[in-house]
Design a protein around this ligand. Structure first.
Ligand SMILES: NC(=O)C1=CN([C@@H]2O[C@H](COP(=O)(O)OP(=O)(O)OC[C@H]3O[C@@H](n4cnc5c(N)ncnc54)[C@H](OP(=O)(O)O)[C@@H]3O)[C@@H](O)[C@H]2O)C=CC1
Ligand SMILES: C[C@H](O)[C@@H]1OC(=O)[C@H](O)[C@@H]1O
Length: 260
């Protein structure tokens, strides 16, 4: 088991990639604290989503807690770490994953959409990483932080001019934290998923021609699944990756390299 008796925090763990990270971590022997935030603009049953993931982890024989909070608020990371330590005694791994992507054209994008996206995706990653790293430093036993960046850190999107800079920023955050936290044995890396079928892009990919375009352009011939990303996060979080820090792992089925 790659994460036997480790304690893992996952932000944005109620759905999509974060949920898969939480479950994959439990399958590898970890207890898991799951952050989510029900007060955003998604339109379906999030409370049942969080209870399902908790039940799934408990069925795997591991412990799980849910901690609601908007990662864009600095205090959320502090509370999340405190509640995790109260429940499980320590923090070994942070998967900083919560993110939003409200597709919007550039020329008429309201400041509020930009600010919300930067607040959740970049500032949120910063605050949660800082809170977890302080705890790991105090414990004195090292740790691993894996942030969900994106292929969008490397390429643009006409409806994502507010989003792609946050994903580049998340990767840059992990690079700088790798330097700042290396002396404490805390490794910091990012995964860069390609197009993964989740609620985040369900509307966008409901356009059959767009979906078919992606499937054709991805050398492995299919959209990604949340579990494809989760397995890579578990690897980077584990001792198998003990000499890997400041790195980014593309998990995109080959999408990025497929120019022609
Ligand atoms: N899907 C894709 O193709 C790709 C996704 N990514 C990145 O992966 C990450 C996860 O995306 P994905 O799984 O697709 O998205 P989903 O929309 O499926 O899930 C988003 C998760 O983030 C939580 N969340 C949203 N806003 C906040 C907030 N302010 N504070 C705390 N939690 C929040 C949601 O909680 P709740 O259930 O309460 O709403 C949910 O658990 C994001 O960072 C995204 O940028 C990167 C590359 C590709
Ligand atoms: C939401 C998008 O489909 C998805 O998000 C990303 O980060 C990927 O690059 C895709 O654009």
């Amino acid at each position: 088991m790659l994460l036997k008796d480790k304690v893992v925090i996952v932000t944005g763990g109620s759905r999509g990639i974060g949920r898969a990270i939480a479950i994959a971590s439990a399958r590898e022997g970890a207890d898991v604290a799951i952050n989510y935030w029900s007060d955003n603009d998604a339109s379906y049953g999030r409370r049942s989503a969080i209870s399902e993931v908790l039940a799934e982890i408990e069925n795997l024989g591991r412990r799980a807690i849910a901690v609601e909070g908007n990662v864009a608020a600095p205090q959320t990371g502090v509370d999340l770490v405190r509640q995790t330590v109260e429940a499980f005694g320590k923090v070994d791994v942070l998967a900083s994953n919560a993110g939003i992507c409200p597709f919007h054209a550039f020329l008429d994008m309201p400041p509020s959409v930009l600010e919300r996206t930067v607040g959740v995706n970049l500032n949120g990653a910063f605050y949660v990483t800082q809170a977890a790293a302080r705890q790991m430093k105090e414990q004195g036993t090292g740790g691993a932080i894996v942030a969900t960046s994106s292929i969008s850190a490397l390429v643009g999107g006409g409806m994502q001019a507010h989003y792609t800079p946050t994903k580049a920023g998340v990767h840059s955050l992990m690079q700088s934290c790798a330097i700042a936290l290396g002396p404490y044995g805390i490794r910091c890396n990012s995964v860069m998923p390609g197009t993964i079928a989740t609620d985040l892009n369900a509307d966008d990919l409901a356009d059959e021609s767009k979906r078919a375009y992606f499937e054709k352009r991805i050398p492995l011939g299919r959209l990604g699944a949340p579990e494809d990303v989760a397995e890579c996060v578990v690897f980077l979080a584990s001792d198998r990756a003990r000499y890997v820090t400041g790195a980014a792992l593309l998990v995109d089925g080959g999408l990025f390299v497929n120019l022609q």
